[in-house]
Design a protein around this ligand. Structure first.
Ligand code: NAP
Length: 245
């Protein structure tokens, strides 16, 4: 499906971004692994190269527009085009509102929301020129439902959904599809820090009665990146075992 496509995946050194990158590469894409963790990104590139596919690790802080600009220039130098952008880089800095520091608010908004804005803006320029492209934003069901202790994170993900729908309208006439994936409770380092009792409580809310895997999220992302999703834009696909309906 993704044969000869060039994809950039942010926050791809581990977790969901790594699974997305490997599934894209397995499907034939060349993948740019953009992350603040260059060692982790390099390890993902080695894994992809061992599958005899092309990949490139880049040190990029998505919240910095200059670094994002450099990422796009380097990708175009190396691979000549960008067909797919996955805005996956994201962090949590949880606490209840009255105890939340300015820093924890700003950091989460800067990386999760402004980071996606930075990447969309740079990549859209080249996608508009070739009148095609697929942008997929990794949001969260928390952006739809809200969550106690996560006003910063939920606001960033709700903002990302608003960005997705607005950009989908803006870029539709240029042949560019913009969609979001909203994962629910996925087993990653982000969730392994949760207490056992909280994990059990979360599992009780999932009709499919299991936590999601990074591959569950990768499969939905691969679908949206492929030609099978050519007539889909401005949508949010929940990958949450039916947690919210
Ligand atoms: P993860 O395991 O923490 O991986 C995120 C990656 O992004 C890490 O390699 C991290 O590097 C990198 N990163 C952090 N800040 C960055 C920046 N400024 N620029 C570039 N890269 C940066 O996270 P995950 O669980 O795979 O989550 C991936 C995405 O899915 C996030 O957007 C998250 O909000 C979303 N999501 C996850 C879940 C879940 O259950 N896990 C549920 C819903 C949504 P460092 O580790 O060095 O910081």
């Amino acid at each position: 499906m993704l044969k000869d496509k060039v994809a950039i995946v942010t926050g791809a050194a581990q977790g969901i971004g790594k699974a997305i990158s490997i599934s894209f590469a397995r499907d034939g894409a060349t993948v740019v692994i953009a992350d603040v963790d260059l060692i982790g990104a390099g390890a993902v590139v080695s894994e992809i190269q061992s599958m005899r596919k092309k990949a490139l690790a880049l040190l990029v802080d998505v919240s910095c527009s200059r670094e994002v600009e450099a990422m796009v220039i380097r990708t175009l130098d190396e691979f000549k085009k960008i067909d797919i952008l996955v805005n996956n880089a994201g962090i949590t800095r949880d606490s209840f509102l009255i105890r939340m520091s300015d820093e924890n608010w700003t950091q989460v908004i800067d990386i999760n929301l402004k980071g996606a804005f930075n990447c969309c803006r740079e990549v859209a320029k080249t996608m508009i020129k070739k009148r095609s492209g697929k942008i997929i934003n990794i949001a969260s069901i928390v952006g739809l439902t809200g969550n106690k202790g996560q006003v910063n994170y939920a606001a960033s993900k709700a903002g990302l959904i608003g960005l997705t729908k607005s950009l989908a309208r803006e870029l539709a006439a240029r042949g560019i599809n913009v969609n979001a994936v909203a994962p629910g409770f996925i087993e990653t380092t982000m969730t392994e820090e949760l207490s056992e009792s909280l994990k059990e409580k979360m599992l009780g809310k999932i009709p499919l009665a299991r936590a999601g895997s990074v591959d569950d999220v990768a499969k939905a992302t691969l679908f949206l990146a492929s030609e099978y999703a050519d007539y889909i834009t401005g949508q949010v696909i929940n990958v949450d075992g039916g947690m919210i309906m």
